[in-house]
Design a protein around this ligand. Structure first.
Ligand SMILES: C[C@H](N)C(=O)N[C@H](CCC(=O)O)C(=O)O
Ligand SMILES: [Mg+2]
Length: 365
């Protein structure tokens, strides 16, 4: 099974409600879909969102990276040589992790199809059902409380509360949500870099003193402020998770050795795809550090790949934030992973199992 062509599409799916974080507000998913074709007539699918504020990737940069740096290395290569292919993709250029991820996901999809097995089984197997949280966008307190109650009523037992806009209001936001859903859902906070280290310690100690129990707090300070991450981690009881601070395996090793966080958020769009996500899970496991697997604003194409990784690496990936498909007004994909609110199940279809993507706008190759 040899690669003959790589094609692009644009997939737009409106969100149920605006997605608001300390970094940005978004109304619809607008992702580049990659289709890797082979001489056997098979197609592997991948997807990349343009999360410029986190990864630096834009629609234009994703297409250019694939067209000019990644695709020329892959044409004619055999899908059976998976390790060679992942090295070619990762070594094609610096950064551009979302572009690399989209192509790697499509290649892994084909690898599963080659062996007629679902990806998670080839990655080592596991329990085919996992449970995700759902994101509560940062907003007025009353709106966040109402959104949280509604999420609990939809069956979500874990809420990822976006904060990081204003430290005083953030504390009130979390207290109000905690009071409204106490004992019915675990609360995770994500400040998306919005606090300083001192503000984070103040906010978390205030919440701890008020009896608010949080499962974890994600990326309280600026991505590059590893000293700040360590400062917070050392001073609060609440576990601190690194998201924007860590992309690849080497950064994870540095962060763990610095003791700058308690938990790592693995995202395929930061790691450049599946190979490095697995590497990070294995490294974290060796250090006894737990991981979350997360996503950007992605549909059930690339999130499916993350689900397969989560299932296969569940010994280390103990927390799941794969709510992209739940945030969308509809699922554009037929086949593949089944997203049913908080419950996500992999099927035994080969690769990612994607049969059809509705509403895909073809882009020039
Ligand atoms: C969608 C997911 N639950 C999430 O919150 N991801 C964000 C970044 C998403 C974005 O801005 O596109 C995160 O974990 O920081
Ligand atoms: Mg985050």
């Amino acid at each position: 099974m040899k690669i003959t062509d790589i094609q692009f599409g644009m997939l737009r799916v409106p969100l149920k409600t605006p997605f608001k974080t300390a970094l940005r507000t978004v109304n619809q998913v607008e992702d580049i879909v990659v289709m890797v074709r082979t001489d056997t007539g098979h197609v592997g699918h991948g997807e990349a969102p343009a999360t410029a504020v986190i990864t630096g990737d834009t629609h234009g940069s994703i297409i250019d990276a694939i067209r000019h740096y990644i695709a020329p290395r892959l044409i004619g290569e055999d899908i059976a040589d998976l390790n060679r292919l992942t090295q070619l993709i990762q070594g094609s250029m610096e950064k551009n992790t979302s572009a690399k991820a989209a192509v790697e996901i499509a290649v892994y999809d084909l690898w599963g199809q080659l062996y007629n097995a679902p990806l998670y089984k080839l990655l080592g197997g596991g329990d085919p059902v996992i449970t995700t949280d759902i994101t509560i966008s940062v907003d007025y307190i009353d709106k966040m409380v109402a959104d949280s109650i509604s999420a609990v009523e939809r069956g979500f037992e874990s809420l990822k509360i976006k904060v990081g806009k204003d430290i005083g209001v953030d504390i009130e936001r979390v207290k109000a949500i905690y009071a409204a859903v106490e004992n019915r859902a675990l609360l995770r906070l994500d400040a998306n870099q919005g606090w300083t280290a001192k503000q984070a310690v103040y906010a978390l100690q205030t919440l701890e003193d008020a009896g608010v129990r949080l499962e974890l707090v994600e990326q309280p300070v600026k991505a590059r402020d590893l000293e700040g991450m360590r400062y917070v981690t050392e001073r609060v009881h609440t576990p601190i998770m690194a998201d924007e601070s860590v992309f690849g395996p080497m950064e994870v090793i540095d962060l763990i050795q610095m003791r700058a966080a308690d938990i790592i958020n693995i995202k395929l769009m930061k790691t450049g795809g599946i190979s490095n996500a697995i590497r990070i899970a294995d490294i974290a496991g060796m250090y006894g550090v737990e991981c979350m697997i997360g996503c950007m604003l992605e549909t059930s194409i690339s999130v499916a790949a993350a689900v397969h990784v989560a299932v296969a690496k569940s010994a280390v990936i103990t927390k799941v934030d794969l709510d992209g498909p739940s945030l969308c007004q509809y699922d554009p994909v037929n086949g593949g992973v089944v997203f049913n609110e908080s419950e996500i199940s992999v099927t035994d279809a080969p690769g990612l199992g994607i049969r059809e993507i509705r509403g895909l706008e073809k882009l020039a190759g």
